[in-house]
Design a protein around this ligand. Sequence first.
Ligand code: COA
Length: 257
Amino acid sequence: MAVNHVTTRREGGITILTLNRPDKLNALNKDIFDDLKSALDMIQTDASVRVLVIIGGGKAFSVGADLKERQGMNEKDILLRFEAVRVLYQRLEYFPLPTIAAINGTALGGGLELALCCDIRVVSQAATLGFPEVELAIIPGNGGTQRLPRLIGVSKAMELILTAKRLSADEALGLGIVSHVAPDALVAARTLAVRMLDMGPIALKQAKLAVKKGIELPIGDALKFEVDCYKNCLYSKDRTEGLKAFSEKRRPEYQGE
Ligand code: COA
């Protein structure tokens, strides 16, 4: 499928979504956001997709907001865009599939904020990550000031945001922003995704939900919520198949039912 500035391709149960403005280092303009939304709509209706990988076309992941487009936008336009991106990024954060950002190159500003909405981030050795916004007299306002401190702690996030520090892949790994550094982020992402294809699809969704929602709750409520997520696996045919396959010493064949 080609929707202009975002493309998708299937590799079995994996969909690889590519941000596709390589000549502009995948700077995020209206078209790319619109096409990202359309791509998510399409992926969400396809029950055969089990894992979503997001990557940047060309040498960058994404350099963030399209600063040239931004020059032609007034304050009202910018606020409307922010609201749309807030909704879009939150949708990606809670997307009902495991999501992996394959950070193949530079990920700055809104590009890094997009990656922070994914469940797992893997990064190519040569990539650079950071939030340059304060250099431009703005803030990382599409989740950067909120998701980064929740991920790595307030103190480290403050330093990165307030100094607009550019991080190497190894520094990002050390801080816990990414979970893997590899020569090729897509190869590393694909390895993780292929492994997930062997898992119960309902279990993947429910495990994600348990982690994401549970972390927002007081521990007592979170533990109850975890049981609710477990129950959503308990009555599935896949759970029965998993036990049957174990006793028959064969690989389970999960249907996502
Ligand atoms: N918005 C719009 N266009 C951008 C862009 C952005 N954020 N970042 C890069 N581009 C465009 C450049 O204008 C250039 O297009 P052109 O050839 O039509 O002039 C093209 O992408 C390549 O960028 P270039 O700067 O030549 O590449 P580089 O490898 O020398 O530098 C960066 C790469 C990322 C260091 C540099 O482009 C940069 O600092 N970009 C701004 C990043 C930023 O501040 N993002 C945060 C936004 S809040």
